[in-house]
Design a protein. Structure first.
Length: 53
């Protein structure tokens, strides 16, 4: 999809390993919404997280 991202490995309850795809941070809500729309069009349901400063 040509969206820059990072992969994080997460261990849950010391038993299961999951891989999380992170995109961003974005400089504006408008840019974030454009990417969210592209992900939804590809049947990917994104979750938005606010980064603490």
């Amino acid at each position: 999809m040509n969206i820059e991202s990072q992969i994080q490995r997460v261990t849950v309850n010391d038993t299961s390993t999951w891989h999380r795809v992170r995109i961003g941070p974005f400089t504006s809500a408008r840019k974030m919404d454009k990417v969210r729309g592209r992900l939804r069009a590809a049947n990917i349901d994104p979750i938005v997280l606010k980064v603490k400063n």
